[in-house]
Structures are given as C-alpha cells and as structure tokens.
Design a binder for this molecule. Structure first.
Ligand code: PAP
Length: 314
C-alpha cells in the first residue's frame, strides 16, 4: 500500500471531486493535496506519549463538540476557557495546525504530560496505524450517521469562497460521498478502521456515535472521565461538574458565545470560526435527501457496516 511517507505527490492517483479541484489517493483514502505533506509529517514525526488523548474523526461528525467535552473533562469546568476560546484553538488538529508547515515539533508537542495534551486528527487509522499501535495513548473516535455527515459536509463546503462561483450541488456531493471521493473518504473505511481498532484495543479506544452522545451526554461524560483516568466521583459536587460540562458544551451554549459566532477566520483555516456550528441535530438529512437517495445510501451502509456486524447508520 502507498503510505504518505513513501509517496511522490505527482505519482498519486487523482480524482476530480468539486469542479476542477481534485483529491489524491493515498492507500485507500482520498486526501486534499494541501494536507498530504502535513499528514506525512504527522505520521513520520508525531510520537504520542501515554498520557496523550487523541480525538479522531471523519470530518463533520462531531469533532468540535468532542473537543469541547474532552477539554472540559480533562481540565474540569472550573477552567472554562471555552467561554472565550474556540474549541479548535483549545484542542488543535495535528495535520491542520501543529504540523501544518513544519516537522519541528511545536512547543505544545514538546511539553511534558502536564498539562495533559489533547490533539485531534481526521487522518484515517489505516494511515496512522504505526503511530497508534506503538503508543498507549488514549484514542476517542466519534462518528455520525452517513446521511447527516453528508449533509453537514455539503453545507460546510458551500461556505468556501469557491462556492460563490461554483456551488457544490447536493447531487454532486451525494455522488462523491457514495463513491468515497470526498476529503478523508471513503467515510465507511474511515469509520471501520477505528471501529476495528476499538475492538482490538478496547482499553485504549473509546468509540462513540454523535447520536448516542445526543441521547445521553451525561452518561458519556462520566464514562469518558473513567476512560481517561480522571473519573467523576458520586458526590453532589462532582455530579454538578458533569452537568456543568454537558451544559457548557451543548450546541445551544457554544454556538451563542461571541468567540464561536465570530466571522473571523483562524490563521490556519480559510473559513470563519462560526462555520463549525450550524444546527447540531440528528436527522437533518430528511430535510434534504429524496427517498431514493436515502435508499441508495442505506444500501451502501448495509454492505459496508452491517455485513461487518456493525449495525449502525440507517
Ligand atoms: P469539523 O470536522 O470540520 O471539525 P465537526 O465539528 O466534526 O466539523 O462537525 C460539525 C457539525 O457538528 C455541525 O453539524 P451540522 O452541520 O449538522 O449542524 C455542527 O453544527 C455540529 N456541532 C458543533 N458543535 C456541536 C455541539 N456542541 N453539539 C452538537 N453538534 C455540534
């Protein structure tokens, strides 16, 4: 298999995905060309330490929410930096922020286990296997049902400058999603990589779905506390802490903070801070997809998830 460490960009398979823009294939995955070098740097240089927490996800599946939750669980709500700092600044992406332009470990990477380091990545497990398998770090993976993921991706992409001239139609987005030719796609392979890892290395991987998280956020906050080795006790004070974390990280609270409503863009990304908050609901695909398209995606979900025993996504 091609891995980013031995690839020559010009020799990689390419596919058009939006107008004239193309994605490059590394292993089985389609990546935006500008992220191939940074991903390469992460794979070759990032060495997690055992106390690290790494949030992995396919884009648009709940990353921003989990960043907020993990940051709050590890630091507890008394340090509510979420009130003034965007979740993506508190928990940086390895490939988009920390290793974006240099293989030299940034300062945050070189510090010790205190304060505890939390990083995020959209890199598929299959490309990061060596990094993860040689470390005892904790991995949290969040996924979301494919149809809502598609709709969230479609909305997000249409916020790009390019969309003003050339909107990404829902038909085109659906076609690409079904073929797997979207950034970090195929979605199904991304999810199954981490799902399999969670089965093989349950002690180190917490696999959760957006829908389960919405259903019972409190239970997951407590379980995540245990998983990360910083459990909440049974006393009233700690119960209140859990409730405060759930509230502080809710879509309603986060999306109404000035820092998250900001039209400014971060230095490392072209879209404004507010583009990471839209609706935060389960089932929005029903407002956009025809019954035929729903049927088509459900068929793929059966083949890719259900046939592997993962009864999810329909
Ligand atoms: P990213 O991969 O670009 O970081 P990510 O955070 O994974 O994006 O996904 C964004 C989705 O999470 C958006 O979903 P939507 O388009 O269906 O609305 C966004 O609204 C949603 N989201 C962000 N924060 C929260 C939250 N606190 N609770 C629930 N959903 C949230």
């Amino acid at each position: 298999m091609n891995s980013p460490s031995d690839m020559d960009l010009s020799s990689l398979p390419k596919e058009k995905w939006w107008g004239e823009d193309y994605l490059c294939q590394v292993g089985d995955f389609w990546l935006l060309p500008q992220f191939i070098e940074p991903i390469n740097r992460v794979i070759n240089n990032f060495k997690p330490i055992p106390s690290d927490v790494i949030l992995a996800s396919f884009p648009k599946t709940g990353t921003t929410w989990l960043k907020s939750l993990l940051y709050s669980i590890v630091n507890r709500p008394s340090i509510n930096r979420l009130a003034t700092e965007h979740p993506h600044e508190l928990v940086p992406f390895l490939e988009v922020q920390l290793y974006a332009s240099s293989k030299e470990p940034p300062l945050t990477i070189t510090t010790s286990s205190k304060p505890r380091r939390i990083f995020a990545t959209h890199i598929p497990y299959q490309l990061m296997a060596k990094t993860f398998d040689s470390s005892e770090c904790k991995v949290v993976y969040v996924t979301r049902n494919p149809k809502d993921t598609l709709i969230s991706t479609w909305h997000f992409m249409n916020k790009w400058e390019k969309a003003k001239e050339e909107p990404w139609s829902l038909d085109e987005a659906t076609e690409n999603f079904c073929r797997g030719v979207v950034p970090c796609g195929p979605y199904y392979d991304h999810v199954m990589g981490y799902k399999d890892m969670s089965i093989e290395r349950g002690k180190n991987v917490y696999f959760v779905t957006f829908e389960d998280l919405i259903c019972d956020t409190k239970r997951h906050v407590k379980k995540l506390g245990e998983f990360l080795g910083c459990p909440f006790g049974d006393n009233i004070n700690e119960e209140e802490q859990v409730e405060e974390i759930v509230r502080n990280c809710s879509f309603e609270v986060l999306s109404n903070l000035e820092v998250n409503k900001s039209e400014e863009s971060p230095s490392w990304f072209k879209l404004p801070y507010n583009s990471f908050f839209r609706k935060g609901e389960v089932g929005d695909h029903k407002n956009h997809l025809s019954m035929d398209t729903i049927g088509r995606i459900d068929e793929i979900t059966k083949q890719k998830f259900h046939s592997s025993g993962f009864m999810y996504g329909i």
